[in-house]
Design a protein around this ligand. Structure first.
Ligand SMILES: *Cc1c(COP(=O)(O)O)cnc(C)c1O
Length: 812
């Protein structure tokens, strides 16, 4: 979000605020989400005095910058703005913010389904040509829209905002705030109808959003809607999308992944990445918009081939008794509940179950909220609904499907008969505080007792730690070679792409291909482009590291062979002392000659790699840097542009930030490990390797454990066997008492030798159960510690965790 003055907030409430130097850049509307209040204003929407008092008190304790509430409270030194309608104030504040940007092209999307997907796809398709701002996640409500809008900054050219309504009179507010020039109406279903008198009223309400729009794209063949639009929006250009011949954009036919489309009077064919009917129509809307933006058919084709299904935070897992688990980890609100239910509905399993907890959403009274939720639930034929929590319990009577109520996940687990989910699909959706992940684990199928959990937010956090050493303009190349140092395949890259990392680096071409095939469009440097892969490099728009004249010549020949005309991006690697790959001083002349001859080679960057970056004051490193700069200059002197210059890896960033130049290459550090002890403490743990106890046995004093009888019990004890061994990446050196795993709060030594698929740990008198979770590597028993025991580094431990171990990605 932008920085705003408290002074302005007060001003829009027609009140005076005397300090013109207090800023805020965050807005909270749920005190539970306030971690650090320093920069945020808390908007209290609660209308009941006693409750508001409690929330405001909490916000005061969390030291927010200011509070807006309809009641006055004693907030000590924190300014409080008393306004009888904080939501209206927030809307007004965002409206005036948006009005500052006269050149922003504003697009608003509404409709029953598909809003979020279309918004995300449009953003993706326009982001190369325009600076785009769009609503985060499904922020489309009376509060979500203002929050989305407050992100808009001066440099943005296109704003894409999603608008949802659930009762009459909401849309006019959103229209008033956004005033979109272009409208998109995805479709109108009768799902909300119970809050409206008739379909006509629903149509009228939704179309209010387009009151002053110039153009509307809509996906519908509904006569009532079309008549309404034609008679009420005489000055608006209507673009109808559908299958009938009356449509302006008509889907003529579809064969698998190919569609034939008529735009007004032109007919074109497109290859599309998804072929289900919902996606096809969503893609048609996107095509229509891109056409409107003046993109050529060729360009549109390229863009839509790169679309990927939008990640909602729903994890799909295998459950016991052949069930499918949809575990939605995002906090529930009305729109995410609806999306999750739609997902569930797409499953072919006939039996469908839902677990849902209390929902907190302040825009609605509790009764209205649950009325809506149960309306969604009742519209589906569910085998059983499990309601968890005290407030949802009160509305159990609204539930038309077979159901039961529990107070907590513990009660649920206790009373749950897993056989009931045989062959079913089960949706689990709940507030974080209900800890449903524990329930999910209890019904997950046993084949994944051992998992590597990768915390994506921790990676992001660690990157921020490194950013503290960098100028805002320094680019970051995230190293995702070797399956992101063993943490996952394309998932990490995808996450980093979402968070706008600048560059990716991989070792081999096939690693980059996997990324491209999974929707990664960021530039990717390939460090070791083997000579048979040059075609692939060109085809997949990859950028090779050129480390020798041999590689350079091979490339040049390939480009000539295929008559490549455009600029081809390469990276030049200098050997400044590592003596691994790279150009030496005496080869630069020849390099320059070849470069001069082939003007379509574009040197994106020139770089080198440090051999001794683990040492803080290494003279060797200073010499490497000196040599690198010299050779860099020798190459650049012949160019009329400046390639990016980079040298630092993770530890280099910490120890030699002065030499960050225009880019750094961040690897091990973002996965959580550095040499410097102080910085290590600042980093968050990213990976947790977990398993579950297979068996616990009692061992008498003097008895032995495992192959070659390397362990003898010194006294009567208990031994737990864990289903993870050296084939999963547990080094044999960790056996024989060298490393401890964590069971609950208890540390247990690995005893005897590490087997291929199992290890044994000593429990002593510690009480635990078969099936209990065990942490092999985690925050307290870290990979770094294991590395030390094995005379190696965290890199080797991480990349040794084998493919047999399932990777699970989590957000906090
Ligand atoms: C792997 C690699 C990096 C990243 O190194 P870290 O120590 O993991 O930060 C940087 N540059 C090159 C050339 C690499 O191969």
């Amino acid at each position: 979000m932008n920085q705003f003055l408290l002074y302005d907030l007060w001003k829009y409430s027609y009140q005076d605020f005397y300090n013109q130097n207090i800023f805020f850049d965050e807005i909270f509307f749920d005190t539970r989400n306030i971690i650090k209040g320093e920069h945020g204003v808390y908007f209290c929407f609660e209308k009941i005095y006693e409750k508001a008092k409690i929330y405001v008190q909490e916000a005061v304790e969390k030291k927010v910058v200011a509070i807006v509430s309809c009641f006055n409270f004693d907030t000590k030194n924190i300014p409080i703005l008393v306004n009888k309608n904080p939501i209206k104030l927030l809307q007004k504040f965002s409206k005036y913010h948006l009005q500052k940007f006269l050149h922003l092209q504003k697009i608003a999307i509404t409709g029953s389904y598909g809003k979020t997907i279309i918004k995300e796809w449009l953003h993706f398709c326009l982001r190369d040509e325009f600076m785009v701002v769009s609503s985060p996640k499904s922020y489309n409500s009376q509060i979500g829209v203002p929050i989305s809008i407050l992100q808009t900054k001066k440099h943005h050219q296109v704003g894409i905002f999603e608008c949802g309504i659930s009762s009459p009179n909401e849309m006019k507010n959103l229209q008033n705030i956004i005033c979109p020039e272009i409208g998109i109406l995805t479709n109108i279903q009768k799902e909300h109808l119970q809050f409206f008198e008739s379909k006509q009223q629903l149509i009228q309400e939704k179309c209010l959003l387009f009151k002053n729009s110039k153009k509307l794209f809509f996906l519908s063949e509904n006569k009532q809607l079309i008549t309404y639009l034609k008679s009420n929006f005489k000055n608006m250009i209507l673009v109808q999308i559908g299958v009938s011949k009356y449509c302006d954009i008509q889907l003529i036919n579809q064969k698998n992944n190919f569609i034939k489309v008529r735009f007004f009077s032109n007919i074109s064919c497109f290859k599309i990445p998804m072929s289900d009917s919902v996606s096809v129509f969503n893609i048609l809307i996107v095509i229509g918009l891109l056409y409107n933006f003046g993109f050529s058919i060729e360009k549109i084709q390229k863009k839509i081939m790169n679309l990927t299904p939008v990640l909602m935070r729903i994890e799909l897992k295998h459950g016991v008794f052949n069930s499918s688990i949809l575990y939605d980890t995002s906090n529930p609100d009305l729109s995410s509940i609806k999306i999750a239910l739609e997902r569930l509905f797409h499953f072919s399993n006939i039996k469908k179950l839902v677990v849902i907890t209390d929902v907190f959403q302040f825009e609605y009274t509790e009764f209205n909220l649950y009325k809506k939720i149960f309306y969604f639930l009742n519209s589906m034929n569910l085998y059983h609904v499990f309601l968890i929590g005290k407030s949802i319990k009160k509305y159990q009577y609204l539930c038309k499907n077979p159901n039961s109520v529990f107070e907590s996940y513990k009660d649920l687990i206790k009373n749950f008969n897993s056989k009931n989910i045989t062959n079913s699909a089960i949706l689990i959706k709940g507030s974080k505080i209900f800890k449903l992940e524990k329930f999910v684990r209890s019904i997950e199928s046993q084949s994944h007792d051992t998992i590597l959990e990768v915390n994506l937010d921790s990676i992001l956090y660690n990157i921020k730690v490194f950013k503290n050493y960098l100028h805002p303009s320094t680019k970051i190349m995230a190293m995702v070679k070797a399956n992101s140092y063993g943490t996952g395949s394309y998932e990490i890259a995808k996450f980093l792409q979402h968070h706008k990392i600048d560059y990716l680096g991989v070792a081999y071409v096939h690693e980059a291909v996997i990324l491209r095939n999974n929707g990664i469009y960021l530039p990717i440097m390939v460090m070791n482009p083997d000579q048979n892969s040059h075609n692939t490099i060109i085809e997949y728009c990859l950028e090779p590291e050129i480390y020798s004249l041999r590689v350079l010549n091979l490339f040049v020949n390939k480009l000539q062979e295929i008559k490549y005309q455009k600029k081809f991006l390469i990276h030049i690697k200098i050997d400044s002392g590592m003596h691994r790959l790279g150009f030496q001083d005496n080869q630069i002349k020849e390099l320059n000659k070849v470069l001069k001859k082939h003007s379509n080679l574009y040197i994106k960057s020139i770089f080198t790699h440090l051999a001794d970056s683990d040492n803080k004051n290494s003279n060797f490193t200073f010499n490497q840097i000196k040599k690198f700069e010299k050779l860099y200059n020798k190459i650049v002197i012949n160019l009329d542009y400046k390639p990016l210059k980079h040298i630092l890896n993770s530890n280099g960033i910490i120890f030699f930030p002065k030499f960050q130049f225009e880019m750094v290459r961040l690897g091990i550090g973002m996965y959580g490990y550095v040499v410097d002890k102080l910085i290590q403490k600042k980093l968050k743990n990213v990976i947790t390797l977990k398993t579950k106890i297979s068996q616990i046995i009692f061992l008498k004093k003097g008895e032995s454990v495992g192959y070659n009888r390397k362990f003898f019990a010194q006294k009567n004890t208990h031994i737990a066997t864990l289903p993870i061994g050296y084939a999963d990446g547990i080094f044999r050196k960790l056996g024989n008492g060298n490393f401890q795993v964590l069971i609950g709060t208890k540390k247990a030594k690995i005893v005897g030798v590490v087997c291929m698929d199992m290890i044994m740990v000593e429990l002593g008198d510690f009480f635990c159960n078969e099936g209990d979770e065990v942490i092999i590597y985690g925050e307290q028993n870290s990979v770094a510690e294991a590395a030390k025991k094995c005379d190696t580094n965290p890199y080797e431990i991480l990349t040794s965790i084998s493919n047999r171990v399932k990777r699970v990605f989590v957000n906090d």
